[in-house]
Design a protein around this ligand. Structure first.
Ligand code: FES
Ligand code: FE
Length: 406
């Protein structure tokens, strides 16, 4: 059997990116080629803003957490003055990982190999028995770019990251009522999947699969079927959102409508079915209202900040999604549940009720993404046409493929 895209050199992939007919899935090499994966990391991940956490995870000086993808590792730490830093987790001596714990509290960052010690701001503080000419000032930890938007921490390994300040300024008034800066992480979970990261990313960007693959989600979310998003539902949501204190505006600057490569931004609120105040098993709220909201308006908000970072925000909780590449066909689906920071577990929310929907939905996703990769690995795979419900994938391809043309 012959397929139209057998070879997997970068030259072939570049040629494909140049001459691609929009509206179709990508050829197999994008999900099977080590050269493409290497390019994905170097050109796309290392040059994109990645959402890594929330300031509430590092409330005090010395608090830190680590974020890893592929071969990269970044330490996010609050220094003695309260400033948040992102350091590349590579020792300036002979390259060992410096920070081995996932999170914690420390007064210094100490390399486990030969015990060079770094201040929380990244400066080399002590070395051992180096010669007199050695200048510590030249050996600070490398800094990653860091940006905090409403308490959400983004990092980028590039010294010249995409400038998404203008896009964030447009998003800011829309997300302000949710009080993102006053959230806390209630739970985080990983769903490793034996698939290329793009299959996981693409899966999140379309709800064409929701009706057949997500029984629980589909009971409550009208996004599963555009026809079910009736005028009646939409106008009820508009009225309720207004009463709740949420702007009715939508914002879609993705794909070719993004201001710059890597600056995709999206905000859209859509209705849940009657009887559902939030994404929960019973439809009842699972946590206190976020931010300044005055009521549960029966809606869900899709937010995207940069091409890699997606959030789903209900009136009472927010979920963050990351599809983190580890190897060519190993991806960590990372899901983070956030509630308002003064909510107390057991009193204001039950963890089981809070995580139920996106735990069961993420397990479904892991399964369909795994089977997707298995089929894509076959010599018989030929990319088929995208449905109009998969417009988000087309927008993603636009920014993604542009990296092959730079
Ligand atoms: Fe870190 Fe030697 S590699 S001190
Ligand atoms: Fe899904």
């Amino acid at each position: 059997m012959q397929t139209s895209f057998e070879r997997d050199t970068l030259a072939d992939v570049r040629e494909f990116a140049r001459s691609r007919k929009p509206g179709y899935a990508l050829p197999r090499s994008f999900y099977t080629s080590p050269a493409v994966f290497d390019h994905d990391i170097k050109s796309f991940w290392n040059n994109s803003w990645i959402w890594v956490g929330h300031v509430s995870q590092i409330p005090e000086p010395g608090n830190f957490f680590r974020f890893d993808y592929c071969a990269e590792s970044i330490i996010v730490v609050r220094d003695r003055q309260g400033t948040v830093h992102a350091h590349v987790n590579v020792c300036r001596h002979r390259g060992s990982r410096v920070c081995l714990e996932q999170s914690g509290k420390t007064s210094v960052l100490s390399c486990p190999y030969h015990a060079w010690t770094y201040d929380l701001d990244g400066r080399l503080r002590t070395d051992r028995a180096m010669n007199e000419q050695f200048s510590r000032a030249d050996y600070s930890l490398f800094a990653a770019s860091l940006r905090i938007f409403q308490g959400l921490i983004f990092v980028c390994l590039s010294d010249n990251p995409p400038d998404f300040s203008p896009a964030l300024a447009r998003l800011e008034p829309l997300t302000t009522p949710f009080g993102f800066e006053n959230l806390k992480v209630a739970h985080a979970a990983s769903y490793p999947v034996p698939a290329n990261w793009k299959l996981a990313q693409e899966n999140y960007l379309e709800c064409y699969h929701c009706a057949p693959a997500h029984k629980e989600y589909s009971r409550s979310h009208s996004l599963k079927d555009p026809a079910s998003m009736t005028e009646e539902l939409l106008s009820a949501l508009a009225k309720n959102s207004c009463r709740a204190g949420l702007p009715g505006t939508a914002l879609n600057e993705t794909g070719q409508d993004a201001e710059n490569t890597g600056c995709d931004i999206y905000y859209r609120r859509y209705p849940l079915y009657p009887g559902y105040s939030t994404g929960s098993r019973s439809g009842d709220p699972v946590a206190p209202q976020l931010g300044e909201l005055k009521q549960y308006d029966g809606g869900a908000t899709d937010v995207m900040i940069g091409p890699l970072n997606s959030f789903l925000v209900y009136a009472d909780y927010a979920v963050g999604f990351r599809f983190v590449p580890m190897t060519l066909q190993e991806t960590d689906i990372q899901i983070v549940w956030m509630v308002r920071d003064d909510a107390v577990e057991g009193r204001d929310y039950s963890l089981e009720d809070l995580v139920w929907l996106w735990d069961v939905t993420s397990r479904d996703d892991e399964r369909i993404i795994r089977f997707n990769q298995q089929g894509v690995n076959s010599i018989a795979f030929k990319p088929g046409p995208l449905s109009s419900m998969e417009w988000g994938i087309e927008a993603f391809y636009h920014g993604y493929l542009s990296r092959f043309l730079e």
